[in-house]
Design a protein around this ligand. Sequence first.
Ligand SMILES: Nc1ncnc2c1ncn2[C@@H]1O[C@H](COP(=O)(O)OP(=O)(O)OP(=O)(O)O)[C@@H](O)[C@H]1O
Ligand SMILES: [Mg+2]
Length: 299
Amino acid sequence: MSPVEWSQIGGLSEVKGQIQQAVEWPIKHPEAFQRMGLPCPKGVLLYGPPGCCKTTLVRAAATSVNATFISLSGAQLYSPYVGDSERLINEVFQKARAAAPSIIFLDEIDSIVGKRSESSSNRGVQERVLSSLLNEMDGIGIKLDDKLHTAEKVKDGEITSSNLEKGKSYKAENRNVLLVAATNRPDLLDDALVRPGRIDRILYVPPPDEEARFEILKVYSKKMPLKNVNLEELSKNTSLFSGADLQNLCREAALHALTDSLESTCVTMEHFRQALLTVEPSLTKSMVETYSNMLKRGS
Ligand SMILES: Nc1ncnc2c1ncn2[C@@H]1O[C@H](COP(=O)(O)OP(=O)(O)OP(=O)(O)O)[C@@H](O)[C@H]1O
Ligand SMILES: [Mg+2]
């Protein structure tokens, strides 16, 4: 996985904070959860419209916690070349435990355990995949007993550097594994997966509002030699553009500048206007409404 810095993500400051809390805290500070009498989250789901940064956010979180990152896709699971999908799931969780702290990332999880094929012959495989996934999830989590034991010893006054070192190695032995999933079709997920003790933290990654669009445009035009480009105006005129669309818009504008002349030294507002003629928003009003209704229903 190529590293992604938080600064490469425009806007979404609220979601960034929520993800730091949901992904970084359990991995970096499991003992703090224990101290507060909170169970450590086992699974986090990000949902929201396509092209609006879910995958990128997870990669940024993984970069910043510096944990083992294992990504599993529907294509891998159902590939005729891979063989037994249950075995693959089992291997992934084993690998994650062995190399903990780890994040197992199920991107586009609807393609892994969606309700899509209710009548097709695929159903049997999907059910088996779902049940082995649930099984594995029930087995993950963080066993803190050993670690607490050490912490207590430390409290009793035996604070020596070797003790602290010991604490560290205990931490490495814990089965510190977090499942992170992303989807743009949360409605397709099996209820058994999204319930307390399994995926119990659900975060909505919204389409960018005007302010976020401005930030995203800034990210993607940062290295371009802009001349008289009004990014505020562009962010006003790009409602229903996803982050991916805005990235595309910047690229197209720069290409228009080069089309004018390969000797061009700047990208102007006119180039952006030309780009706006061809780059269309990929979100629709009804799509955005559907997602915000899901949010209201609390799903
Ligand atoms: N807020 C943002 N800031 C910077 N880049 C963004 C932002 N939103 C989207 N992008 C860019 O758009 C592209 C698509 O984003 P990403 O793959 O993370 O979307 P997604 O939500 O996972 O979409 P899908 O549901 O289709 O999987 C990436 O190149 C990403 O960097
Ligand atoms: Mg994605």
